[in-house]
Each structure stands twice: as C-alpha cells, then as structure tokens.
Write a protein that binds this ligand. Structure first.
Ligand code: HEM
Length: 124
C-alpha cells in the first residue's frame, strides 16, 4: 500500500504540473489538458484511498501526527483541484499553484518523518 501511495502522489504531482502548463490564460486549454486532468483525478483518488488505508492501519502509533498527515495530504489534493479550477475559470491561480507546492513539500516532509515506508527508511 505504501508503494501504491508513493506512486500515486508522484504521478499526481507530475500530472498536476503538466495539466497546469497545458492551460494557457490567453489561448485556453491545449488538446492534452482534458486527458491529463482525467488521469490526474484518477491518481488523486488512488493517493487518497491508499493514504486513508495506511492511516487507519497505522494511526494508533502517533494519532496526532498521523491526523496532521491526513489533513495536510487532503489539503494538498484539494488545492490541486482548486488551482486547476481557478485556471479553468481564468482567475488568477499563481498563488494557489505556489501554495500547492508548499503544502506538498510539507506533506512530504511529514510523511518522511513518520516511521513507515521506503522513503522514511532512507533517512534512518
Ligand atoms: C500530495 C499529497 C501527498 C504527499 C506528497 C504524500 C507524501 C507521503 C510520503 C512522502 C509518505 C512517506 C512514504 C515513505 O516513507 O516511504 C507518506 C506516507 C503516508 N501518507 Fe501520504 N502523501 C500525500 C497524500 C496523503 C493523503 C491524502 C493521505 C490520507 C488520506 C495520506 C496518508 C499517509 C499515511 C497515513 C502515510 C504513512 C505515514 C508513515 O507512517 O510513514 N497521504 N505520504
């Protein structure tokens, strides 16, 4: 499950950047935007389900930090959708874009700090 989780959020972040760059404020979406966005949603769902699964299995160890990881992960995924929604409505989305990256980094750091998984093992 941890591997599925890692693959899912890595793919989601890459697809997020790709989708974001495939929507021009002046010209609208490229022909790749829609398939990228659909694939992105699939991986967002996988990251959510796998993360939730690990959460309910592991949260007894450190309920507070796992709770924060859950919320930060959820916020990151939510921000990804919100950023692209603003982009689609041609509202300013740069700040949302940077906030998404910031939250993804914090979520990553907390995930690496929490004990499970191959990325945590790299640091021990
Ligand atoms: C873009 C969003 C996300 C990123 C960047 C992210 C990142 C990570 C990372 C780096 C790990 C550690 C993997 C390892 O040590 O090998 C991890 C584990 C975990 N993630 Fe996420 N995650 C995200 C979304 C979520 C969501 C939405 C949830 C909950 C629904 C969640 C729940 C968990 C849980 C419970 C763990 C196990 C923590 C541990 O004990 O190591 N994550 N995540």
């Amino acid at each position: 499950m941890l591997h599925l989780h890692i693959v899912s959020w890595v793919a989601a972040l890459i697809l997020f950047f790709a989708a974001y760059e495939n929507f021009s404020d002046r010209l609208g979406p490229s022909k790749y935007f829609k398939p990228l966005h659909m694939l992105l949603r699939l991986f967002l769902l996988l990251a959510l389900v796998s993360g939730g699964y690990i959460f309910f299995q592991a949260m007894d160890n450190n309920a507070a930090l796992y709770g924060i990881k859950f919320i930060l992960g959820l916020l990151t995924l939510g921000l990804i959708e919100m950023t692209l929604a603003r982009k689609r409505k041609k509202k300013s989305s740069r700040n949302f874009f940077y906030l998404t990256i910031l939250l993804a980094l914090i979520t990553f750091a907390l995930g690496a700090y929490l004990p499970l998984g191959p990325i945590s093992a790299l640091f021990n």
